[in-house]
Ligand binder design. Structure first.
Ligand code: SF4
Ligand code: SF4
Length: 277
């Protein structure tokens, strides 16, 4: 395997990012995917003290819903790496709601009521997440502590809601297709193939799933394979941090872990040499 030669952002749709990793094999790309998903630390509610709860929802239910609300993590990659090894960062929050503003006897309370105690700002980038519904005379008041953790411990700490890694699709068309033929494009379930000025073209290589339906539709004229040295890593951010901070932190953690294993192997080799001499 050659070393990682290039990492580039090749697509962004809303909060869904796709990076192209060149010069890595399947195992290395998958290792990065797993670190992105399960090892980059984030903040999430982990303790709740209920001062009041006259709603019709159990305390456990409310605490669980609040713990799944993504919280902003204004930390640098260096601070995040530090918190991966020693999760010390914490934040105090409040969640308060009363019957004020009830409409037709009901009121939905959103994550926008989850506020940092220090400055009273809304703690989540997703303030429209519904938490509970209040009826007349009901209210809730909770003091919460958010702690650092990783997706490996619980999904509430995952910085991404999905993370995939696949070989970059190489689609090759050999020969002259002639006019009025579109069998392969019609067979393609993802719209990766299309026509430009009457000629068959690959319109969206990233949407190709390597299913082979186009090859079946026209054996011999079209071939599809995944590039073993180029991988696409795609993820959807949950909102705790930006994509660059996430990727840099993941690579830094993976690098540290590999260096750690490498130094342990060196120590073992040294020990073996000493035993033999
Ligand atoms: S690759 Fe085959 S099916 Fe596709 S346009 Fe060309 S001839 Fe038709
Ligand atoms: S392999 Fe499947 S997804 Fe890819 S271009 Fe062919 S039909 Fe479309």
């Amino acid at each position: 395997m050659s070393s990682v030669s290039k990492l580039s952002l090749i697509k962004r749709e809303g909060q869904v990012y796709s990076f192209l990793l060149e010069g890595v094999d399947d195992a290395f790309a998958n290792a990065i995917r797993r670190v992105l998903l399960a090892h980059v630390p984030t903040l999430a509610v982990d303790d709740a003290i209920f001062h009041k709860n006259t709603t019709s929802f159990y305390r456990e239910y409310i605490a669980h819903r609040l713990s799944l609300v993504p919280l902003r993590t204004e930390m640098s990659p260096q601070e995040l790496v530090k918190n991966y090894y020693e999760p010390t960062a914490q934040a105090l929050l409040q969640f308060k709601a009363s019957e004020e503003g009830l409409k037709e006897g009901k009121k939905v309370v959103y994550a926008s009521e989850l506020k940092f105690e220090a400055d009273g700002s809304v703690a989540t980038p997703h303030p429209k997440i519904p938490i509970l519904e209040l009826s007349s005379g009901q209210s809730v008041e909770i003091e919460l502590t958010a702690k650092m953790g990783t997706g490996k411990q619980h999904a509430k700490w995952q910085p991404v809601s999905a993370c995939t890694s696949f070989r970059y699709p190489i689609i090759e068309i050999s020969g002259d297709c002639g006019d009025d033929c579109s069998k392969c494009a019609e067979a393609c379930p993802t719209g990766a193939l299309g026509f430009k000025d009457g000629s068959l073209v690959v319109v969206d290589p990233l949407s190709c799933t390597l299913c082979g339906a186009c090859v079946e539709a026209c054996p011999g004229m079209i071939s599809v394979r995944g590039d073993e040295n180029r991988h696409v890593i795609s993820f959807e951010l949950n909102g705790q941090m930006d994509a660059k901070t996430l990727m840099v932190t993941a690579l830094e953690i993976l690098n540290k872990e590999l260096l750690n294993i490498s130094s342990q192997l060196e120590a073992l080799a040294h020990e073996k040499k000493s035993d033999e001499s």
